[in-house]
Design a binder for this molecule. Structure first.
Ligand code: NAD
Length: 265
Protein backbone atom coordinates (compact mmCIF):
# COMPACT_ATOMS: atom_id res chain seq x y z
CA UNK A 1 0.00 0.00 0.00
CA UNK A 2 1.35 3.43 -0.94
CA UNK A 3 -0.30 6.21 1.00
CA UNK A 4 -0.51 9.34 -1.14
CA UNK A 5 -1.96 12.52 0.36
CA UNK A 6 -0.80 14.91 -2.33
CA UNK A 7 -3.13 17.97 -2.59
CA UNK A 8 -4.50 17.41 0.91
CA UNK A 9 -4.00 19.89 3.75
CA UNK A 10 -3.66 18.49 7.24
CA UNK A 11 -3.79 20.32 10.54
CA UNK A 12 -2.35 18.56 13.56
CA UNK A 13 -3.03 20.20 16.93
CA UNK A 14 -0.31 20.19 19.60
CA UNK A 15 2.37 19.17 17.13
CA UNK A 16 5.58 20.81 18.33
CA UNK A 17 6.67 17.47 19.77
CA UNK A 18 5.55 13.98 20.72
CA UNK A 19 2.86 12.05 18.89
CA UNK A 20 1.62 15.20 17.13
CA UNK A 21 4.95 16.02 15.50
CA UNK A 22 5.49 12.38 14.52
CA UNK A 23 2.02 12.29 12.92
CA UNK A 24 2.74 15.56 11.09
CA UNK A 25 6.02 14.14 9.77
CA UNK A 26 4.22 10.97 8.62
CA UNK A 27 1.52 12.99 6.87
CA UNK A 28 4.13 15.22 5.19
CA UNK A 29 6.03 12.11 4.04
CA UNK A 30 2.78 10.95 2.42
CA UNK A 31 2.69 14.26 0.49
CA UNK A 32 0.19 16.30 2.53
CA UNK A 33 0.68 19.99 3.22
CA UNK A 34 0.92 20.18 6.98
CA UNK A 35 0.03 22.88 9.52
CA UNK A 36 1.76 22.58 12.87
CA UNK A 37 0.43 24.07 16.08
CA UNK A 38 1.64 24.73 19.59
CA UNK A 39 1.37 27.54 22.11
CA UNK A 40 4.70 29.26 21.63
CA UNK A 41 5.94 30.82 18.41
CA UNK A 42 9.57 29.72 18.83
CA UNK A 43 8.58 26.11 19.55
CA UNK A 44 6.32 26.09 16.50
CA UNK A 45 9.17 27.49 14.36
CA UNK A 46 11.49 24.84 15.81
CA UNK A 47 8.99 22.11 14.92
CA UNK A 48 8.71 23.44 11.36
CA UNK A 49 12.51 23.17 11.09
CA UNK A 50 12.47 19.61 12.51
CA UNK A 51 9.79 18.58 10.04
CA UNK A 52 11.76 20.05 7.14
CA UNK A 53 14.85 18.17 8.29
CA UNK A 54 12.87 14.92 8.34
CA UNK A 55 11.02 15.63 5.08
CA UNK A 56 13.07 18.03 2.93
CA UNK A 57 10.90 20.11 0.61
CA UNK A 58 7.71 19.45 2.62
CA UNK A 59 4.90 22.00 2.40
CA UNK A 60 4.70 23.02 6.07
CA UNK A 61 3.61 26.06 8.06
CA UNK A 62 3.01 26.75 11.72
CA UNK A 63 0.14 28.50 13.49
CA UNK A 64 0.92 29.24 17.14
CA UNK A 65 -2.22 29.31 19.26
CA UNK A 66 -3.30 28.14 22.71
CA UNK A 67 -6.17 25.76 21.99
CA UNK A 68 -7.46 25.68 25.56
CA UNK A 69 -9.77 28.62 24.79
CA UNK A 70 -12.47 29.34 22.21
CA UNK A 71 -10.43 32.35 21.05
CA UNK A 72 -7.33 30.19 20.55
CA UNK A 73 -9.27 27.67 18.44
CA UNK A 74 -10.84 30.52 16.42
CA UNK A 75 -7.36 31.98 15.81
CA UNK A 76 -6.25 28.68 14.28
CA UNK A 77 -9.34 28.17 12.13
CA UNK A 78 -9.31 31.86 11.16
CA UNK A 79 -5.73 31.56 9.89
CA UNK A 80 -6.55 28.30 8.08
CA UNK A 81 -10.23 28.29 7.07
CA UNK A 82 -10.18 24.95 5.20
CA UNK A 83 -8.48 21.64 5.89
CA UNK A 84 -8.95 18.14 4.47
CA UNK A 85 -7.48 16.36 7.48
CA UNK A 86 -7.85 17.31 11.14
CA UNK A 87 -5.89 15.45 13.78
CA UNK A 88 -7.18 16.45 17.23
CA UNK A 89 -4.03 15.47 19.05
CA UNK A 90 -3.51 18.18 21.66
CA UNK A 91 -3.89 16.94 25.21
CA UNK A 92 -2.56 17.35 28.71
CA UNK A 93 -2.11 14.56 31.20
CA UNK A 94 -0.50 13.87 34.54
CA UNK A 95 -1.35 11.91 37.66
CA UNK A 96 -3.10 13.69 40.53
CA UNK A 97 -5.02 12.27 43.50
CA UNK A 98 -8.75 12.81 42.99
CA UNK A 99 -9.17 14.80 46.23
CA UNK A 100 -6.54 17.29 45.05
CA UNK A 101 -7.97 17.95 41.59
CA UNK A 102 -9.64 21.34 41.75
CA UNK A 103 -12.44 22.54 39.48
CA UNK A 104 -10.00 24.70 37.52
CA UNK A 105 -7.91 21.63 36.63
CA UNK A 106 -10.99 19.64 35.54
CA UNK A 107 -12.09 22.62 33.48
CA UNK A 108 -8.71 23.18 31.83
CA UNK A 109 -8.35 19.50 30.99
CA UNK A 110 -11.86 19.43 29.48
CA UNK A 111 -11.42 22.65 27.54
CA UNK A 112 -8.14 21.56 25.95
CA UNK A 113 -8.63 17.82 25.49
CA UNK A 114 -12.31 17.84 24.46
CA UNK A 115 -13.53 21.31 23.52
CA UNK A 116 -10.63 22.00 21.14
CA UNK A 117 -11.79 18.94 19.18
CA UNK A 118 -15.43 20.10 19.30
CA UNK A 119 -14.53 23.61 18.12
CA UNK A 120 -12.15 22.57 15.36
CA UNK A 121 -14.48 19.84 14.06
CA UNK A 122 -17.21 22.49 13.90
CA UNK A 123 -14.85 24.77 11.99
CA UNK A 124 -13.56 22.22 9.46
CA UNK A 125 -16.06 19.39 9.00
CA UNK A 126 -18.73 21.35 7.12
CA UNK A 127 -16.23 22.20 4.37
CA UNK A 128 -15.01 18.60 4.24
CA UNK A 129 -18.58 17.34 3.87
CA UNK A 130 -19.35 19.87 1.12
CA UNK A 131 -16.19 18.87 -0.77
CA UNK A 132 -17.01 15.16 -0.31
CA UNK A 133 -13.79 14.08 1.37
CA UNK A 134 -12.21 14.48 4.76
CA UNK A 135 -10.52 12.75 7.65
CA UNK A 136 -10.89 13.61 11.32
CA UNK A 137 -8.87 11.68 13.88
CA UNK A 138 -9.13 12.12 17.65
CA UNK A 139 -6.15 11.02 19.68
CA UNK A 140 -7.83 9.43 22.66
CA UNK A 141 -6.06 6.87 24.88
CA UNK A 142 -6.31 3.42 26.39
CA UNK A 143 -7.12 5.50 29.49
CA UNK A 144 -10.52 6.12 27.86
CA UNK A 145 -11.33 2.47 28.59
CA UNK A 146 -9.03 1.71 31.53
CA UNK A 147 -9.76 4.85 33.58
CA UNK A 148 -6.61 5.35 35.72
CA UNK A 149 -7.51 5.89 39.40
CA UNK A 150 -4.75 8.51 39.61
CA UNK A 151 -5.86 10.40 36.45
CA UNK A 152 -9.67 10.27 36.55
CA UNK A 153 -9.96 13.76 35.05
CA UNK A 154 -7.79 12.69 32.11
CA UNK A 155 -9.61 9.37 31.54
CA UNK A 156 -12.90 11.28 31.61
CA UNK A 157 -11.79 13.54 28.75
CA UNK A 158 -10.47 10.61 26.71
CA UNK A 159 -13.79 8.73 27.02
CA UNK A 160 -15.60 11.93 26.00
CA UNK A 161 -13.45 12.04 22.86
CA UNK A 162 -14.67 8.55 21.91
CA UNK A 163 -18.29 9.68 22.21
CA UNK A 164 -17.58 12.79 20.17
CA UNK A 165 -15.74 10.87 17.49
CA UNK A 166 -18.42 8.21 17.13
CA UNK A 167 -21.20 10.83 17.02
CA UNK A 168 -19.42 12.94 14.40
CA UNK A 169 -18.79 9.85 12.25
CA UNK A 170 -22.56 9.17 12.22
CA UNK A 171 -23.31 12.82 11.50
CA UNK A 172 -21.05 12.63 8.42
CA UNK A 173 -22.63 9.39 7.16
CA UNK A 174 -22.36 8.95 3.41
CA UNK A 175 -20.37 12.14 2.81
CA UNK A 176 -16.89 10.74 2.20
CA UNK A 177 -15.73 12.15 5.53
CA UNK A 178 -14.54 9.61 8.08
CA UNK A 179 -14.08 10.22 11.79
CA UNK A 180 -12.11 7.84 13.98
CA UNK A 181 -10.26 7.82 17.24
CA UNK A 182 -6.84 6.35 17.88
CA UNK A 183 -6.11 4.93 21.34
CA UNK A 184 -2.41 4.89 22.13
CA UNK A 185 -1.07 3.12 25.19
CA UNK A 186 2.03 4.40 27.00
CA UNK A 187 4.11 6.12 24.33
CA UNK A 188 7.59 7.62 24.63
CA UNK A 189 6.76 11.26 23.88
CA UNK A 190 8.34 14.38 25.38
CA UNK A 191 5.38 14.66 27.77
CA UNK A 192 5.79 11.09 29.02
CA UNK A 193 9.57 11.58 29.27
CA UNK A 194 8.90 14.51 31.63
CA UNK A 195 6.47 12.39 33.65
CA UNK A 196 9.06 9.60 34.00
CA UNK A 197 12.01 11.87 34.89
CA UNK A 198 11.46 11.65 38.65
CA UNK A 199 11.02 7.87 38.60
CA UNK A 200 14.16 7.49 36.45
CA UNK A 201 16.23 9.66 38.83
CA UNK A 202 14.92 7.89 41.94
CA UNK A 203 15.67 4.44 40.56
CA UNK A 204 18.89 5.38 38.71
CA UNK A 205 17.41 4.35 35.37
CA UNK A 206 17.62 5.85 31.89
CA UNK A 207 14.33 7.34 30.63
CA UNK A 208 13.90 4.39 28.25
CA UNK A 209 14.43 1.86 31.06
CA UNK A 210 12.03 3.85 33.27
CA UNK A 211 9.49 3.59 30.43
CA UNK A 212 9.76 -0.18 30.40
CA UNK A 213 9.58 -0.32 34.21
CA UNK A 214 6.50 1.95 34.13
CA UNK A 215 4.71 -0.28 31.63
CA UNK A 216 5.53 -3.46 33.57
CA UNK A 217 4.46 -2.04 36.93
CA UNK A 218 1.61 0.34 35.99
CA UNK A 219 0.22 -1.32 32.85
CA UNK A 220 0.98 -5.01 33.56
CA UNK A 221 -1.59 -6.19 30.99
CA UNK A 222 0.62 -4.78 28.22
CA UNK A 223 1.41 -7.49 25.71
CA UNK A 224 4.09 -5.29 24.14
CA UNK A 225 5.77 -4.87 27.58
CA UNK A 226 7.35 -1.55 26.60
CA UNK A 227 6.14 1.89 25.64
CA UNK A 228 5.40 2.44 21.96
CA UNK A 229 7.49 4.94 20.02
CA UNK A 230 5.76 8.06 18.73
CA UNK A 231 6.36 6.78 15.18
CA UNK A 232 4.49 3.54 15.91
CA UNK A 233 1.46 5.56 16.98
CA UNK A 234 1.86 7.99 14.08
CA UNK A 235 1.69 5.10 11.59
CA UNK A 236 -1.87 4.32 12.72
CA UNK A 237 -2.83 8.00 12.54
CA UNK A 238 -1.46 8.35 8.99
CA UNK A 239 -3.33 5.21 7.94
CA UNK A 240 -6.61 6.53 9.42
CA UNK A 241 -6.04 9.74 7.38
CA UNK A 242 -5.35 7.89 4.14
CA UNK A 243 -7.57 7.32 1.08
CA UNK A 244 -7.05 3.61 1.77
CA UNK A 245 -8.87 3.82 5.13
CA UNK A 246 -12.13 4.83 3.39
CA UNK A 247 -14.21 2.03 4.97
CA UNK A 248 -13.02 2.70 8.50
CA UNK A 249 -15.20 5.23 10.29
CA UNK A 250 -16.71 5.56 13.74
CA UNK A 251 -13.95 3.25 14.95
CA UNK A 252 -11.73 3.27 18.03
CA UNK A 253 -8.37 2.08 16.75
CA UNK A 254 -6.05 0.71 19.43
CA UNK A 255 -2.27 1.20 19.33
CA UNK A 256 -1.96 0.28 22.99
CA UNK A 257 0.31 -2.74 22.77
CA UNK A 258 -2.60 -4.83 24.04
CA UNK A 259 -2.93 -2.99 27.38
CA UNK A 260 -6.74 -3.09 27.22
CA UNK A 261 -7.44 -6.75 27.93
CA UNK A 262 -10.23 -7.16 25.43
CA UNK A 263 -10.59 -8.76 22.02
CA UNK A 264 -12.73 -5.91 20.73
CA UNK A 265 -12.06 -2.19 21.40
P1 NAD B 1 3.32 15.85 24.55
O1 NAD B 1 3.10 16.48 25.89
O2 NAD B 1 4.62 15.20 24.28
O3 NAD B 1 3.02 16.92 23.41
C1 NAD B 1 1.87 17.72 23.49
C2 NAD B 1 1.88 18.80 22.44
O4 NAD B 1 0.78 19.66 22.67
C3 NAD B 1 3.12 19.68 22.47
O5 NAD B 1 3.41 20.00 21.14
C4 NAD B 1 2.63 20.92 23.23
O6 NAD B 1 3.35 22.07 22.89
C5 NAD B 1 1.21 21.01 22.73
N1 NAD B 1 0.31 21.73 23.64
C6 NAD B 1 0.14 21.56 24.97
N2 NAD B 1 -0.78 22.42 25.43
C7 NAD B 1 -1.24 23.13 24.36
C8 NAD B 1 -2.19 24.15 24.19
N3 NAD B 1 -2.87 24.65 25.22
N4 NAD B 1 -2.42 24.63 22.94
C9 NAD B 1 -1.72 24.16 21.87
N5 NAD B 1 -0.78 23.20 21.98
C10 NAD B 1 -0.54 22.70 23.21
O7 NAD B 1 2.10 14.86 24.36
P2 NAD B 1 2.02 13.37 23.73
O8 NAD B 1 2.45 12.41 24.78
O9 NAD B 1 2.63 13.36 22.39
O10 NAD B 1 0.44 13.22 23.63
C11 NAD B 1 -0.30 13.64 22.49
C12 NAD B 1 -1.74 13.15 22.63
O11 NAD B 1 -1.73 11.72 22.76
C13 NAD B 1 -2.46 13.67 23.87
O12 NAD B 1 -3.80 13.94 23.55
C14 NAD B 1 -2.37 12.52 24.85
O13 NAD B 1 -3.43 12.51 25.78
C15 NAD B 1 -2.45 11.33 23.90
N6 NAD B 1 -1.87 10.10 24.47
C16 NAD B 1 -0.56 10.06 24.82
C17 NAD B 1 -0.05 8.88 25.37
C18 NAD B 1 1.40 8.77 25.76
O14 NAD B 1 1.74 7.81 26.48
N7 NAD B 1 2.27 9.66 25.32
C19 NAD B 1 -0.88 7.78 25.57
C20 NAD B 1 -2.20 7.87 25.20
C21 NAD B 1 -2.70 9.04 24.64
Amino acid sequence: MRIDLKDKTAVVTGSTGGIGLAAAIGLARAGAAVILNGREEDRVEGAVRMLLEAVPGADVAGIPSDLSTAEGCARLSGALPNADILVNNVGIFGPKPFFEIEDATWERCFQLNVMSGVRLSRAYMKGMMERGWGRVVFISSESALNIPADMIHYGFTKTAMLALSRGLAKMAAGTGVTVNSVLPGPTMSEGVGEMLKEMAEEQGLSIDAAGVAFVKSQRPSSILQRPASVEEVANMIVYACSMEASATTGAALRVDGGVVDSIVP
